[in-house]
Design a protein around this ligand. Structure first.
Ligand SMILES: Nc1ncnc2c1ncn2[C@@H]1O[C@H](COP(=O)(O)OP(=O)(O)OP(=O)(O)O)[C@@H](O)[C@H]1O
Length: 324
């Protein structure tokens, strides 16, 4: 059984008359990479700050390793490394000196500092530039230095707020590979917030979809896909060769007879059919029985972008129906 490391029970955060986080229930398990996804202003950073104990929840309870981040602030902060969305360094110091200074602030015994900093710089791929000032670094290098800084105290948990923002594609790849490596090598539990879904999809074991302070859905990408399919129906698209105009109305009747809530959307050479459950094989069989010469079949395997789009902008994604 998976061990719960972070737990939020009915947690809300109210700023003035605005609920930034609304009755959030969430469990994050030991050793997982969890993605907090949502548009700007959804409440991701506020949730992270509450887990870190940097802001107090207005209601509800939070436990990190069984402790309240707000009431046991020092013990909880010892367990968590944090990369804020805007990370800053001392520009009169080199990368090595920055980390060494941060290590001393975190009470790492002086004889251990040099070796630990060297190890961290190697881990994040910055050994060769350790003598340079962070102001000369690319954003990707700064982010990796920020992660090294967050790892100085050897935390159990790493919280990364929009770490890929502003990185070029190779910088994103390097950063995400580092996230994977840290998780695989040290079993660190990682929470990563993002609105860049394609990226998060690649590294997260589970994701939570956040909108206007509420967690709309939580699970693996496959879980979310299933949840969405059962909510919105499954889509099969079928293309044919040659002529099928005369078969359309009879096929429609047969499909509606079998799935009364099905919707069909026809084009000249294809039909998109939404049914409550996965029905592609039965639909293909019916099409063939009605004389269709099938060219191609597509069963909807939702990407995270589609899931995200359907949760956050449902009116744009309603399955459309058109007559025959
Ligand atoms: N200190 C604050 N005082 C007042 N309102 C705040 C404060 N911090 C956040 N908010 C509001 O709470 C809501 C959630 O903000 P939050 O920063 O948590 O969202 P987010 O999902 O992290 O988005 P972003 O990526 O833009 O930071 C927003 O409406 C924001 O304006």
């Amino acid at each position: 059984m998976k061990e719960t490391l972070i737990e939020l029970h009915s947690v809300s955060k109210i700023y003035g008359d605005r609920k930034a986080v609304d009755e959030l229930n969430l469990k994050i398990f030991q050793g997982e990479i969890f993605g907090l996804l949502g548009p700007n202003g959804a409440g991701k950073s506020t949730t992270m700050l509450m887990i870190l104990g940097l802001t107090e929840a207005s209601a509800g309870n939070i436990y990190v390793n069984g402790l309240s981040p707000y009431h046991s602030a020092i013990a909880v902060k010892r367990e968590i490394g944090y990369l804020a969305d805007a990370v800053g360094f001392y520009d009169h110091m080199t990368a090595h000196e920055n980390l060494a200074f941060f290590a001393s602030l975190n009470q790492i015994p002086r004889p251990q500092v040099g070796e630990r900093v060297d190890q961290l710089l190697k881990l994040v791929g910055l050994s060769s530039v350790s003598h340079k000032k962070p102001s000369t670094f690319s954003r990707g290098m700064k982010q990796r230095l920020g992660i090294a800084q967050a790892l100085v105290k050897r935390p159990k948990i790493l919280i990364l707020d929009e770490p890929t923002l502003g990185l070029d594609p190779s910088g994103v790849e390097e950063l995400l590979q580092l996230v994977r490596d840290l998780n695989a090598l040290f079993g660190i539990t990682i929470i990563i917030s993002s609105h860049q879904l394609d990226q998060v999809q690649k590294v997260c074991h589970r994701v939570g979809l956040f909108v206007e302070g509420k967690m709309e859905a939580v699970g693996s990408i496959a879980d979310l896909s299933h949840q969405l399919i059962s909510k919105l129906g499954h889509q099969s698209s079928i293309w044919w060769h040659g002529e099928f105009n005369r078969g359309k109305s009879v096929l429609t009747e047969s499909i509606i007879a079998q799935w009364p809530s099905a919707t069909l959307s026809w084009t000249d050479q294809s039909v998109k059919i939404s049914t409550p459950q996965f029905s592609t094989p039965q639909l293909v069989k019916l099409c063939v029985e009605h004389g269709m010469s099938i060219k191609q079949v597509q069963s909807n395997d939702l990407t995270l972008e589609e899931i995200y789009g359907k949760y956050f902008t449902p009116e744009k994604n309603e399955p459309k129906s058109s007559g025959v």
